[in-house]
Design a protein around this ligand. Structure first.
Ligand code: MG
Length: 225
């Protein structure tokens, strides 16, 4: 399927009451996470276990894949224990790489002005959320921040959205979700969420890849209308 053709968002804000926003890759540059897990952690893990960075990287990618799309993947305590490293401390050491995507603040300001509810809904661990919100000062914009660990399920599973509705009490037909993970949007589609937006450039260092299933944006100014 080609990923160079954009399905443009086409809806009216008057049809929407609630906006759910993912964090990593959607509001924040995913370069931080890619660098952290694929380069920085393998380097430190390799140093401690007498492996080359390349050997360490291969070993770690295998372990990451084994828990993909589960809550373990985002659980910093799990990884601290598994790898014998202080993962939150390592994240703080490279926190200068945590960056907000262009036009995110303009979008949040716009949404506030038109009077909608905004919630941050993330698979990220509460410790990761704390580090990132401290670093970016984004927290003040949201009515609620919900981590998947509070819901007890990762966003990739349709049950997540039923449980989230129980926490946030939104009307699913009048709710918009923006996320950079197609699998998450598919699970929300299965749950029949009203509006779905794919973020097509999660990392500033990687090319744009539009979704062929969902309306896509590269930056949030495309939703200011
Ligand atoms: Mg994401």
């Amino acid at each position: 399927m080609p990923t160079t053709i954009q399905i443009k968002p086409d809806f009216s804000w008057s049809a929407i009451d609630t906006i759910l926003l993912d964090m990593d890759g959607t509001l924040l540059d995913k370069y931080f996470d890619d660098f952290f897990w694929e380069e920085y952690v393998p380097k430190i893990f390799g140093e401690q276990n007498r492996m080359t960075p390349e050997q360490a990287r291969k070993e770690l990618l295998k372990r990451y894949q084994a828990v993909e799309s589960t809550l373990q993947w985002t659980d910093l305590d799990y990884w601290s224990e598994q790898l014998g490293l202080d993962i939150p401390e390592l994240k703080c050491k490279v926190d200068h790489l945590i960056q907000v995507h262009p036009f995110v603040l303009d979008f949040l300001q716009f949404i506030r002005k038109i009077g909608k509810k905004i919630h941050l809904v993330t698979n990220a661990h509460s410790k990761t959320l704390e580090i990132k919100l401290r670093k970016t000062a984004l927290g003040e914009w949201f009515d609620r921040n919900v981590c998947a660990e509070e819901v007890g399920e990762a966003k990739e599973h349709p049950a997540f959205w039923d449980r989230l509705e129980g926490i946030l009490h939104y009307d699913r037909k009048r709710t918009l979700l923006a996320d950079d993970t197609a699998k998450v949007l598919r699970s929300a589609r299965e749950y029949e969420m009203g509006f779905l937006i794919f973020v097509a450039r999660p990392s500033s260092r990687l090319p744009v890849r539009y979704s062929h299933e969902f309306p896509s944006i590269v930056t949030f100014d495309e939703l200011i209308f």
